[in-house]
Design a protein around this ligand. Structure first.
Ligand SMILES: Nc1ncnc2c1ncn2[C@@H]1O[C@H](COP(=O)(O)OP(=O)(O)OP(=O)(O)O)[C@@H](O)[C@H]1O
Ligand SMILES: [Mg+2]
Length: 308
């Protein structure tokens, strides 16, 4: 069994009357990408900031790399943090910002190598304030790595980034994982959690409502895949209804759940025989987003729209 880098038992955080984290348990194993996924206010940041020794818990037991949170100086040496809404010194250059952070640790990595790794080697002398959002976030990732940490906490590393910049962050997370780092990620984006994580806890209102690998969660809580016949309209519905009584028309698309051994070829044959015109057929598998909707009855209102 791979060793646990983080162990959380009965973690609770109250802000006055508000219960932000309501007794949660989880473990993160060495080398995993572990994601806390949930809508605004779910308690993700509160949870990770307790693990980062930035906030105190109301109750619960937490061990980071074998240490209690009371041993925060030992923990802080061995973790890296990219806080939500990261910002740095606007009037320092990229390199100065990273060096400033590196200077806080007895042992730090070579900052030039780090800046090359985050693809900022040509921007080292630029003022932080003049960088794009994606570059700023890469400075933040570089800063989180100055002490060559064993665990890296990334709190919403891609919120507000365009799709290209988001993919850059994904590549870095994957590369860190290949280097054996343990990564704790929080995100609003279901797609991101699905693409990057070894293990996901979906949080809502301070609780973990479902957990597992993305595949397990979708298998256990997702619905069956659906064939969507785009543009088939009313004619499509009439043609398909006798053989597929559970098909539905939404706008001009006919949707047919394809569980129970039903084959897509049967759908195609039915459409062909009835000479129904349609634009395309897509097979949509359940996503973590469908799971969230099913479990909570709530639309998943993450940050801004996903531009992809
Ligand atoms: N310092 C604080 N004082 C009082 N309430 C707080 C404080 N920090 C967070 N909260 C509240 O605790 C709840 C959980 O907040 P938290 O920031 O942990 O959620 P989150 O899942 O990170 O949300 P987001 O996706 O918006 O970042 C929210 O209702 C929030 O308003
Ligand atoms: Mg947050």
């Amino acid at each position: 069994m791979v060793e646990a880098h983080i162990e959380v038992k009965g973690l609770r955080k109250e802000y006055g009357d508000l219960i932000a984290v309501d007794g949660i348990d989880f473990e993160v194993r060495k080398g995993q990408v572990f994601s806390l996924l949930g809508p605004n206010g779910a308690g993700k940041t509160t949870t990770v900031e307790i693990l980062e020794c930035l906030r105190t818990a109301t109750a619960g037991d937490v061990k980071i790399l074998g240490h209690d949170l009371s041993q925060s100086s030992k923990i802080k040496r061995r973790i890296g943090v990219l806080p939500q809404g990261f910002n740095a010194f606007d009037l320092l250059t990229v390199k100065e910002n990273v060096e400033y952070f590196a200077g806080m640790f007895e042992d730090s990595v070579n900052t030039d190598e780090l800046l090359s790794w985050v693809k900022l080697e040509t921007r080292k002398k630029d003022l932080f304030k003049n960088l794009s959002g994606g570059m700023k976030q890469r400075v933040g990732i570089a800063m989180s790595l100055v002490n060559d940490p064993e665990i890296v906490f990334l709190d919403e590393p891609t919120t507000g980034l365009d799709p290209g910049a988001r993919r850059d962050v994904w590549r870095m997370v994957r590369n860190l994982r290949e280097r054996g780092k343990t990564i704790v990620l929080t995100t609003h984006y279901m797609e991101e959690a699905e693409a990057l994580s070894d293990y996901v806890c979906i949080m809502n209102k301070g609780r973990i409502i479902v957990r597992g690998t993305p595949r397990e969660i979708i298998r256990d809580h997702g619905g069956s895949p659906v064939a969507i016949v785009r543009g088939a309209g009313e004619r499509g519905l009439q043609a398909l209804s006798p053989n597929f009584p559970d098909c539905e028309l939404t706008d001009a698309d006919v949707k047919i759940p394809i569980s129970n051994g039903r084959r897509v070829s049967e759908i195609l044959n039915t459409l062909d025989n009835a000479e129904v015109h349609y634009d395309e057929i897509v097979i949509k598998k359940s996503t973590l987003e469908d799971v969230f909707l099913k479990l909570t009855g709530q639309e998943f209102k993450g940050g801004e729209e996903d531009e992809e």
